[in-house]
Design a protein around this ligand. Structure first.
Ligand SMILES: Cc1cc2nc3c(=O)[nH]c(=O)nc-3n(C[C@H](O)[C@H](O)[C@H](O)COP(=O)(O)OP(=O)(O)OC[C@H]3O[C@@H](n4cnc5c(N)ncnc54)[C@H](O)[C@@H]3O)c2cc1C
Length: 428
């Protein structure tokens, strides 16, 4: 008897997670990726001139248990380090003040870690947000309080990549509640970069498990017969599936819409703007937040400085050189504070990466969701599925759940999800 083979399409984090889940349980899998390299939206760019940098800075929290488990499984957990062990430094560009804030509410027991301007009535608002029952925009709960500027606003755009005026309180609540556990609010970054510290270790583990990755293979169309996929038409080959074979599509929603047009999928996206300044930095990464500026997050690495602007739909259309000049002016005071040589009138070489569809727009109106298993032998994966914020954590979970849905689902679309509880109804 031949072993059942699972064809996984898309080698972003969701596809890698599905492949690792299958490979580690002894299943036979093969991974197809349209791009020349795996990693998807979570990757390092290696230009010919040697200035390598991530597409954009990615952070994890210690609360992201599934993502950290994946890192452990591929031997890369210790490559993710906590750059700011004593609280996140936050620079207010309007006043020039720098202070550290704790991301976990427990850390606020120490006055030096409390977000500026936080009072008792704010704690009540944060609790209402963390346990939001009805969905509504984050800003409608927090209002125009100082903590919107110093904590909730930055956290909302970082986690949901959607402005607080529109962002879903319920999605943010899931992230906030996970930060309530002691030591869950520690922020981690890849020591050297996303490829070296996440994607490559995953690829090497898959090689050891005997799971091949075929890069440069775009899925053009699915061949479907009687509620089953029977063929995959790829860039330079067509794969005929055997009756026992299965498929995981670990793809963004617009690709699912193209391949399976009847399925409901989210159609709105938000941009993230990333700038990378080539300059001598620091041996050990440092990470800062900025308020009152276009720049929101700053990561200092050994040979460059990366700046992130999330929920950047307005900024992303601006001219790249103008953006680089404006953002450089924002970050100079922080860099000088670190003892680095930086002057407003001498901007280093900059690379601008505009991710126009960085994530789905996670606003308070409920997003269209397809069933997890829309065909008898096909399941979906991707950070955009379910109700969790669309992040690495959600991508990892979705890969695991797609595999579980194919293994255990009693009927198409009816797989009850641990992490995406509302999918069951969606699927009905
Ligand atoms: C700039 C930026 C910053 C971010 N910051 C954070 C952060 O700080 N923390 C965090 O947790 N998350 C962050 N995210 C989100 C995170 O990157 C995503 O949640 C995650 O990478 C999504 O993985 P995925 O596998 O679901 O999707 P993708 O990464 O989009 O993977 C899909 C893969 O499918 C491939 N593909 C597409 N079409 C086809 C086809 N037809 N055939 C074959 N292959 C195909 C693509 O090339 C891609 O490799 C950020 C994202 C961006 C863009």
């Amino acid at each position: 008897m031949t072993a059942r083979r699972t064809h996984i399409v898309g080698a972003g984090i969701a596809g890698l997670s599905a492949a690792l889940t299958l490979g580690r349980s002894g299943g036979e899998a093969v991974l197809y990726e349209a791009a020349p390299e795996p990693g998807g939206r979570c990757r390092t760019i290696h230009p010919a001139d040697g200035f390598s940098h991530d597409n954009g800075t990615h952070v994890l929290f210690t609360a992201n248990r599934q993502a950290l488990n994946l890192l452990k499984a591929v031997g890369a957990r210790d490559r993710w380090i906590e750059p700011e062990r004593t609280g996140l430094p936050l620079y207010d560009a309007r006043t020039g003040a720098m202070r550290r804030i704790g991301l976990s509410p427990w850390s606020w027991l120490r006055p030096s870690r409390r977000p500026p301007g936080i009072g008792i009535s704010d704690l009540a608002r944060i609790l209402r947000l963390a346990f939001a029952v009805q969905d509504c925009p984050v800003a409608s709960i927090i209002g125009n309080r100082p903590i919107m500027d110093s904590l909730i606003g930055p956290l909302t755009v970082a986690v949901l990549n959607t402005p607080p005026e529109a962002a879903s309180a319920r999605r943010l609540a899931l992230a906030l509640r996970s930060l309530l556990w002691p030591r869950a609010g520690r922020l981690l970054v890849a020591r050297n970069g996303l490829s070296e510290d996440l994607v490559q270790p995953a690829v090497e583990t898959l090689q050891t498990l005997g799971v091949p990755i075929l890069a440069g293979q775009r899925l053009r169309s699915l061949v479907i017969h009687d509620d089953r996929v029977i063929g995959l038409s790829l860039t330079d080959r067509t794969i005929a599936l055997r009756p026992e074979d299965q498929v995981v599509l670990a793809l963004p929603p617009y690709e699912i819409e193209r391949l399976l047009p009847a399925l409901p999928v989210p159609r709105r996206f938000e941009a993230i703007l990333n700038l990378h300044f080539r300059m001598p930095g620091l041996e050990r990464p440092r990470f800062f937040g900025l308020t009152g500026a276009l720049a929101q997050w700053l990561l200092v690495r050994r040979d460059h400085v990366s700046v992130t602007v999330s929920a950047a739909d307005a900024a992303v259309h601006r001219d790249a050189a103008d953006l680089a000049a404006a953002i450089w002016r924002d970050v100079v005071p922080v860099l000088r504070d670190l003892g680095l040589e930086a002057s407003a009138d001498r901007q280093p070489e900059a690379r601008v990466v505009k991710e126009k569809r960085a994530t789905i727009r996670q606003d308070a109106s409920s997003l269209p969701q397809p069933p997890l298993r829309p065909l008898a032998n096909l399941a979906l994966a991707g950070d955009w599925l379910g109700t969790l914020p669309a992040t690495i954590e959600s991508a990892v979970i979705s890969g695991e759940e797609a595999v579980a849905a194919l293994q255990h689902a009693p009927a198409a679309g009816a797989y009850p999800s641990r992490h995406h509880p509302h999918r069951r109804e969606d699927a009905a």
